[in-house]
Write a protein of this length. Structure first.
Length: 413
């Protein structure tokens, strides 16, 4: 629907923070190894010649977002290849690390190069690829954007003029793209895959530091926009009698992707349900969303549904029991026309006369431990039979990407 960022969001999430590198603007302060085992690796340029004098950066992949959201560098160490194209790091940290190699006309971003203090199973000879390039423009509520960044790397671009940006000399690969403000606000935009010698244009991207955009589905897959970094994804759930089918659908008439869920409710039993939801991260961790004001989305279909903000606090009251269902939520009804829905969080309630209703748990307590968001049909508020729900442009108002990602704790250090 209303495209947050057009083009099939292939993988360019740029996160924010001053990542201190760009293949075209990298630091010359190269120290050369500071790690528990010696690792020797040879580099060949895209022409199969020895890549002598290449700059190699060891990047903390696990904590990349942690550092960038705090305006710190995720680059842990750096070195230069010798005249034979060889380089080494004497030791590695326990965290998962990428390496970025920058040479004259070719480079490489190798993810998961090391883990648990050891080099992972990569070849001792690395072949560089011809650089790619990204040029684009964006819209924003203010002129506060100053950097575009590619996740997991040291690539960055200062904003040029007229809200334009240019990332040159980028190693081919898949990257989430982020924008950053001078005071450290970030906005995850999209993800894109880059091929050797490709010049990709990304125009009219929308940057908003004041909302947390869950998904516009323009990448055509079940990974949410924050999920490009957190691993969050959309899933389906259904009881043993009902049925559920979830797809990411496409409408060629207006070049639009959206989530489509078809459900059939077959019994009036307690615990009858079908729906779709999204976790906030792959580990199902708890997130404090206290600043959230409302949940917004586009929807159409047939039937009455309930959107709920699901809390670990309620899950813990009585795990795997009807007593922990349903969570705080609100009803909405859809028809065959796309409409915009905004659900204020002060309208989220527990359904009266359910087991959880008498538990005494409050929204102010539950919102500090949110793990997922769900859209659900149930005979408690829907009729039996077939129901159809299509959703798009799901976002949380009142909380920003910055507030969310600054809750991430430093790991493995």
């Amino acid at each position: 629907m209303i495209n947050k960022n057009r083009n099939i969001r292939t993988i360019i999430l740029l996160i924010t923070g001053v990542i201190i590198m760009c293949a075209s603007c990298t630091s010359d302060n190269l120290t050369g190894g500071n790690s528990s085992e010696t690792t020797n690796t040879k580099i060949l340029a895209s022409t199969n010649t020895v890549a002598k004098g290449a700059k190699i950066y060891l990047i903390d992949a696990d904590n990349w977002t942690y550092y960038v959201s705090r305006n710190e560098s995720p680059i842990l160490d750096s070195t230069v290849s010798d005249n034979n194209g060889n380089f080494k790091f004497d030791s590695f940290p326990l965290t998962n690390c990428n390496i970025q190699i920058d040479h004259e006309s070719s480079g490489l971003l190798l993810r998961n190069f090391s883990r648990d203090g050891k080099k992972t199973n990569h070849s001792d000879t690395l072949q560089l690829l011809d650089y790619a390039e990204i040029n684009g423009s964006y819209h924003a509520d203010s002129d506060s954007v100053n950097l575009a960044l590619l996740e997991g790397s040291g690539y960055r671009s200062s904003i040029i003029s007229n809200r334009m940006f240019s990332l040159s000399k980028i190693a081919p690969g898949t990257y989430p793209l982020l924008f950053k403000s001078p005071i450290g606000f970030i906005d995850i935009i999209r993800a894109d895959s880059l091929h050797p010698r490709q010049n990709k244009s990304l125009d009219n991207l929308v940057v908003n530091f004041k909302e947390y955009f869950i998904d516009d589905f323009e990448d055509g897959d079940s990974i949410s926009i924050p999920g490009l970094i957190t691993g969050a994804h959309w899933y389906s759930f259904v009881d043993v009698e009902s049925s559920m089918n979830k797809t990411i659908a496409y409408t060629p008439e207006n070049d639009n992707y959206y989530l489509s869920a078809d459900m059939i409710l077959r019994t009036n039993e307690i615990g009858t349900f079908a729906g779709t939801g999204v976790y906030l991260d792959k580990n199902h961790d708890e997130w404090d969303l206290s600043s959230i004001k409302s949940i917004s989305f586009m929807a159409k279909g047939s039937g009455t549904f309930r959107i709920s903000m699901e809390s670990a606090l309620i899950d813990q009251i009585s795990p795997d029991s009807v007593y922990s269902w349903p969570h705080f939520g609100a009803l909405f009804t859809v028809d065959s026309t796309w409409k915009s829905y905004t659900i204020p969080v002060d309208s989220l309630t527990i359904i009266p006369n359910t087991p959880l209703y008498s538990s005494g748990v409050t929204w102010d307590e539950a919102v500090k431990k949110i793990v997922r968001i769900e859209f659900e049909a149930s005979p408690m508020y829907s009729s039996l039979g077939e129901h159809s729900l299509m959703i798009d442009n799901v976002k949380l108002d009142g909380i920003s990407d910055t507030e969310f990602f600054r809750q991430i704790k430093l790991s493995g250090r």
